[in-house]
Write a protein of this length. Sequence first.
Length: 150
Amino acid sequence: MFSERMGESDSLKMEIGYPALDAFVLFFYRGNVNHHTLRTHLVELLQVADKYGVTSLKSLCEQEILNSLNPSKVLVTYVVGWRHNSDVVKEGVIAYAATQVDDVSGLEGYDTFSKNCPEAVMELYEGVVKRLKRKSQGGEALLAITGNLS
């Protein structure tokens, strides 16, 4: 959580802010995080939960992230999941985008994200396409089955 350089100028570098660090430490004692703190420091808490293998905190963060998902947050949320090894968040965003978004390239911030995180944007796009294909094939199979019944 901290990185130290030894020597006369002992410096301490924190990866997260003090409120998130406090919530992270208190999580070990209480098993929960204050809802306001969770929402305010969600990405920081997900980052440290992922880095230090605190799966229960990571799951809590993932659920909160998906609960707050909306069309304007699709790309940023996917990139957060991608950067912090959260298949739950990535799959949740793909499922949401496949049903709620008409055009991934029309999403808010697409140009910026496609330049800064092209792998993540491509992975999201491919995931949405695959899900839509499966949904389409399932619909065609259902239509074929119900068509045979008439």
